[in-house]
Structures are given as C-alpha cells and as structure tokens.
Write a protein that binds this ligand. Structure first.
Ligand code: GAR
Length: 210
C-alpha cells in the first residue's frame, strides 16, 4: 500500500479519523507515520496508542521556515511517504516545500472555502450571521487555503450556536470527509486538472442539511 504521513500540531482528532479509516483492510493507503511540530501535541500519544510510529520535529529548534521545511522533507523521504495529510498542522509551509509535494499533499480546513480562510473560522462565521458553514479538504498549493477543493461538507448554523457548538458540528463532518477525500486521492480518483480537482466518482453522499 502507498504510505501517508499525517502532520499534526495538537489534539489529533482528524488524525484519529484517518488512522481508524486506514485500519480497514480495503482502505487504499496506510498511515505510516505521524509527525508533529510540537513536542507536547496530544495527538502523538493517541497515535502511539494505535501503534503508529511518531516523529517530532520542533520548529523552535530550526533557524527559519526554510530550515524546518528542509528537515521535514528529509523525514518524509526517510519515511518513504507517498502522501502528506495536514491534520490541524498549524504552520505555514514554504513554496519550495509545497511544490515538491503538490498533488500529493492535502489539508482539512474548518470552513467552506473560499470563505473563511485562516484562523477563527467559527467565530467569524457566527459574526457574519451565515446560515451554512462547514469543512473543506483541498490539495495544498503555496498560497494558504486556496488549493483545489476535493471534498466539502456543509452544516447548518443553529440559533444559539457558540463557536464551540458550531465547531463541534463541523468537526464531526471533518471526520467524515477527510478519510473519504484521502481515499479518492490515494486511488488516483481525485486529481488536479487545470487548477481544479477532477473527481471520477463520489464516494459518499454529501450530508443533508437540517
Ligand atoms: C480542525 O478543526 C482542523 O480543521 C483545523 O484545526 C483543527 C484540528 O483539530 N485546521 C486548521 O485550522 C488549519 N488551518 P484536530 O487536531 O483535532 O484534528
């Protein structure tokens, strides 16, 4: 099976959804390693509990972004990664690094891109009074949160929602679409063509809106 590296910075709930999906015999990719840029990331212990090898690459121990990204690239080569999944990896990557992995590196973002790029997506969606919010899996390109979209899930914004309640509703959908999107990419069924993603066949029905 091809090998995926999952990059995290914290809790690792999306990482867990990928590990769980990949434990099924018919899943087309193996989670070969989990890499964190923060030694204290809770996700590291969760991965280890699933017998997934982990690596820590502390960004504070590197002189600059280029040095960190060079070290990260070396670890990915050493681990023979075919795909890279950013799962709550809260660090910008240099264009040089991203270009090396283009078409093989995907990210999950807690909003319906191209709305709400960046941080604090749930707070901003609530402040704007939008009625529909969601999550996006996309290929990573050098500019943050603009790469070609592979899969999205929408959720309703409900009366009385807080960033936490809305975020929990979105997160539950993240855990559905991330493994589904990685499957499409690993099987070669989602590819970048002319800056967009061509998808041969959808794996899951989009979740219904309430
Ligand atoms: C997730 O909601 C993910 O979409 C978001 O961080 C959270 C990580 O949670 N990612 C970003 O905001 C990327 N800029 P997790 O560690 O439990 O997967």
């Amino acid at each position: 099976k091809p090998r995926a590296a999952v990059l995290i910075s914290g809790r690792g709930s999306n990482m867990m959804s990928l590990i769980e999906a990949a434990s099924a015999p018919d899943y087309p990719v193996e989670i070969a390693v989990v890499i964190s840029n923060r030694p204290e990331a809770h996700g590291l212990a969760r991965a280890q509990a699933c017998n997934i090898p982990t690596r820590t690459l502390d960004h504070k121990a590197h002189a600059d972004r280029a040095a960190f990204d060079a070290a990260l690239h070396a670890v990915l080569e050493e681990e023979q990664a075919d795909f890279v999944c950013l799962a709550g990896f809260m660090r910008l990557l240099t264009a040089g690094f991203v270009e090396k992995w283009q078409g093989r590196m995907i990210n999950i973002h807690p909003a319906l891109l191209p709305s709400y790029k960046g941080l604090h997506t749930h707070e901003r969606a609530l402040a704007d009074g939008v009625k529909i919010h969601g999550a996006t899996v996309h290929f990573v390109t050098p500019e943050m949160d603009v790469g070609p979209i592979i899969m999205q899930a929408a959720v309703p914004v409900l009366e009385g929602d807080t960033p936490d309640s809305l975020g929990a509703r979105v997160l539950a959908q993240e855990h559905v679409i991330y493994p589904a999107a990685l499957r499409l990419v690993a099987e070669g069924r989602a590819r970048i063509t002319e800056g967009r993603v061509a998808i041969d066949e959808f794996e899951i029905a989009p979740p219904a809106l309430v």
